[in-house]
Design a binder for this molecule. Sequence first.
Ligand code: ZN
Length: 352
Amino acid sequence: MNSINKTYRILLTSMVLLLIAAYTKPALANISHDIEIQIEKYSNTYPDIQFFWLKGQEGLEQLLRLPALLGEGARNLDYEHDDVVRNILNKAQYHRISMMIHKQWPSATLFQTGNDSKLISRHACVITLDPDLFEHDHYSAMRLMIGDDITNLNRIPAEYQINNADFANFTLHHEIFHCLDAYQNGPLYPKSRDELGSLYSGYRAENRADIYATQTFLSEQSGDDRFLENFTRMRTLCVPAWDLTHCTDKGIQHSLDAISGLAANLSHKKIIDNTDKISTQAIPEYETFTEFLACAYRTAINLGNKDITFTKIAAAIESFAIDDKSARRMENKIKHIQTLLFSDNSTQQDDM
Ligand SMILES: [Zn+2]
């Protein structure tokens, strides 16, 4: 009887393990498979760009072979630069890509190939986005968005969480758009010695990428309906985290308002056109951007991020005019989101 019980228990345990495997493995396989399919679509639409998806050890090995594939005279197209620094910038970019692979962080880098390149396409878009990151940890996407504070992560109510599969899908479109943007419109970062000017270029590039990814996500009509709303909320928290380039919540909101309900099956060309149009409305000119910086600076300090007063750009930002009403509105909105996400208060309603 005992041995029958034992056999039964082993069988039962095996069945449970098989069930768990059946539920977890396909989810990861789907993320990987979905990325492959999306990259194939982009490759067909842009035959002049070869897409490299680098991840893990295999990705690092591919990266080592990349300079030879790109050929002598290859040029990075993300940063405007003089010929004299071309090789240094390429090396810096290879180094940066290897760090992104190591850290499993999403990124995109665009190169123009050199004269003796072994590639047929004249451009190479290198994407890092590691599906393994999402394998064991339900919080992976949210960690990338709001940090590693496990107390905070545990507090986020289920309805305000973002899931790894939707995040990976959105992020792939976001990253690929960085390449498409540089390919179609020139370097994302014009040559500049001005730190605030570079910050503005980054802010502009990130907003454009999120405006594009929002429409693509809506157009595909897959995934969790609440994803974009929850993702936007987390983007708003970039202000206290002082990650200003990723403060794209207004850009996403413009994108949602502009195409809400009309998004199904938009063509890629239409989405690209929309991105330019919506960006013109949503992304402030540099002069107005300084008003945003002034509000963000005061808000971040009021919410406890005192470290930023020591940053190089703090003195410049302190000299900008500030609209008290806008600053108060920004602070209240962020406090509200922090309460909603991290307060453990399940009766709280989102009424902003
Ligand atoms: Zn980006």
